[in-house]
Design a protein around this ligand. Structure first.
Ligand SMILES: [Zn+2]
Length: 592
């Protein structure tokens, strides 16, 4: 049973018979059997099936191949499947056909080979039966591990899609296995078979000879005919959690004698997105980079450089600059990614992916589904802060940008322009809301702000009070938050010496009157009567700015070029050059 075999961690069990162990390594493996369980098959130095030469004199083998799991206990992250399979073997209730599904690199074909071994293993003494713990030493085990077993036929349906290929199999199925207990057909990417090929296969699947097993693997189970699905026992291989990948890669580094920072391993594991194989090929590159760099150590810094945008945190930083309205940082971020070799199109794609995941997180509520805790936290934060409308708008803008970048003669410039547009549009108030506001103002009659008469030098305001001037003085006195409140939210109804009556542009979470009274006293040196009305008042200073902006925009829209742009991109908004954030909404949270 795999469970009794690895009390601690399946990854602590490194008897990869494929990895040409040196004497020292074998000794280490022997020590490891203390964790791995005594009955485990630690290869004996003499009986070790691996070729003799030392690792150093061996041609370089990619990690994904070198560390292909040779026992079920080395197959990480698939314990439920292994348990089911162990039960089936124990009770001798094996299906004729198995289907392994899952994303690329989770171990589908490795599992198929392991099943082939499990079914055909005869044990070191040649007397054993089918077992979930294939010995790895007998002739069938070693032959299957090396891909040279005559009765285990592997076929890649991606390159053999035709009915003739299948017919060949069906012909051969009739003959008994040459040397093994079972004749096993492993068909990878089985969904690629043509309809005729499936039909031909189906007849055999309906009444397979007792000595034949089919092991199918696919990334796209939806493409399989129901008739095939219904005749197979299905195993869904899961994406491997980041933490498990990280510790696995740590173990591999240990085996390879390579030093690696935990953060680096974490980034590689996160970038692998659940796939051991993808992760190991990234690790391969990282080790090569580390060797080139001379320090011989896999560092977080180097991995970050190497991964570019596959580093999810770079995507998040970039989206952060967009939402913060920080154009300078946005351009710097784009340049940085470009310098790292990230294609502008991939950049847009990554941001779209991120916005999509935020949207899904928002709809789902609860803990977002993401491989790292950093990512989960960021997704949850954005899902909480952004409205569904804003997310929709972001998506539209990015999609439009993506199309532009794809067609642009200079994708980098196009990406810069597209993302700047997203930045400005994300910064403006919601178009629907703005339109409503303008409508409302038109109905109530837009009045000018109370008389503007310049700065009053006297500390006590005169009868002809200047609201804008007062706000500016409050701002200059350092009461920035209150000044902003006054600019953005206060519609002045009456402004007299010592008296302010106002309404709010929108409901605030608390009545700002006490704070206004307090600041007015401090700045003007006298007590104020501050009255909050339910309705009324002239537009706030910010609303006046928006009206001016809308007028300017209306003028600009009349320009034929701009008109054409809007026709092509109705969701767009004009953004003025200065990048002052429309801070009112951010500083004063509304309780809607
Ligand atoms: Zn065996």
């Amino acid at each position: 049973m795999p469970d009794s075999q690895n009390p601690d961690n399946p990854l602590d069990n490194p008897e990869a018979e494929d990895s040409a162990p040196s004497a020292a390594e074998l000794e280490a493996a022997g020590q490891n059997s203390m964790f791995g369980g005594a009955q485990d098959t630690v290869p004996q130095p003499v009986a070790a099936p691996a070729p003799a030469p030392q690792a150093s004199s061996q041609p370089y083998r990619v990690l994904a191949r070198k560390y292909r799991p040779q026992t079920f206990s080395q197959l990480i992250g698939q314990e439920p499947m292994v348990r089911t399979l162990a039960n089936a073997i124990e009770r001798d209730r094996l299906a004729h056909a198995f289907l392994m599904t899952g994303v690329r690199g989770v171990g589908k074909t490795s599992t198929a080979r392991l099943i082939a071994k499990a079914l055909n293993c005869i044990g070191p003494d040649g007397q054993g039966g089918p077992t979930i713990d294939p010995c790895g030493q007998c002739e069938p085990c070693t032959a299957i591990a090396e891909g040279r077993h005559i009765d285990v036929i592997e076929m890649d349906a991606a390159s053999h899609t035709g009915v003739d290929d299948v017919r060949e199999i069906i012909e051969a199925v009739r003959y008994a296995a040459v040397s093994a207990r079972y004749k096993i057909y492993i068909i990878d990417e089985v969904h690629m078979l043509s309809r005729n090929a499936f039909n031909a296969l189906l007849k055999t699947l309906e009444e397979p000879p007792a000595h034949v097993k089919f092991l199918f693997a696919t990334t796209e189970v939806d493409k399989l005919p129901v008739t095939v699905l219904s005749r197979t026992q299905r195993f869904d291989l899961r994406r491997i959690p980041t933490e498990l990948l990280q510790s696995h890669f740590g173990w591999v580094c240990g085996e390879e004698g390579v030093e690696a920072e935990e953060e680096a391993l974490h980034m590689i594991a996160a970038a692998a997105e659940g796939s051991v194989r993808d992760g190991l090929s990234i690790l391969d590159q990282a080790i090569a980079h580390a060797d080139l760099g001379g320090e011989g150590k896999v560092t977080a810094e180097r991995v970050r450089d190497m991964l570019g945008l596959t580093d999810k945190s770079a995507q998040r930083r970039l989206l952060g600059t967009v939402l913060d309205g920080d154009a300078k940082a946005l351009l710097a971020g784009i340049d940085e990614q470009y310098a790292l070799g990230v294609e502008p199109l991939a950049l847009l794609r990554g941001l779209m992916d991120l916005v999509h995941r935020i949207t899904v997180a928002q709809i789902g509520g609860g803990e977002p589904d993401a491989p790292t805790s950093e990512e989960r936290a960021a997704l949850a934060d954005w899902a909480g802060r952004l409205t569904a409308g804003q997310l929709h708008r972001l998506w539209q803008l990015l999609l439009k940008g993506y199309d532009e970048v794809r067609q642009a003669p200079d994708p980098l410039v196009s990406a810069q322009m597209a993302l700047l547009r997203v930045l400005h549009a994300a910064d403006l108030p919601d178009p629907g809301k703005l339109a409503k506001k303008l409508e409302h103002l038109a109905e109530t009659g837009v009045q000018a702000a109370p008389a503007a008469s310049g700065e009053t030098s006297s500390p006590a305001p005169s009868a002809a009070l200047d609201w804008k001037g007062i706000v500016e003085r409050i701002d200059q006195a350092g009461h920035l938050r209150v000044a902003q409140l006054m600019r953005d939210w206060i519609r002045v109804e009456t402004l007299e010496d010592g008296k302010l009556a106002y309404a709010l542009t929108d409901e605030l979470s608390e009545d700002p009157s006490p704070e206004l009274r307090d600041v007015l006293l401090k700045v003007t040196g006298r007590r104020w009567e501050v009255i909050k009305l339910d309705v009324g008042g002239a537009p706030s200073l910010r609303e006046l700015e928006e009206i001016a902006h809308a007028e300017a925009e209306a003028k600009m829209r009349a320009h034929p070029l701009v008109e054409a742009t809007f026709a092509a991109f109705p969701d767009a908004e004009l953004a003025d050059g200065d990048n002052t954030p429309a801070s009112g909404d951010r500083a004063w949270s509304k309780r809607a």
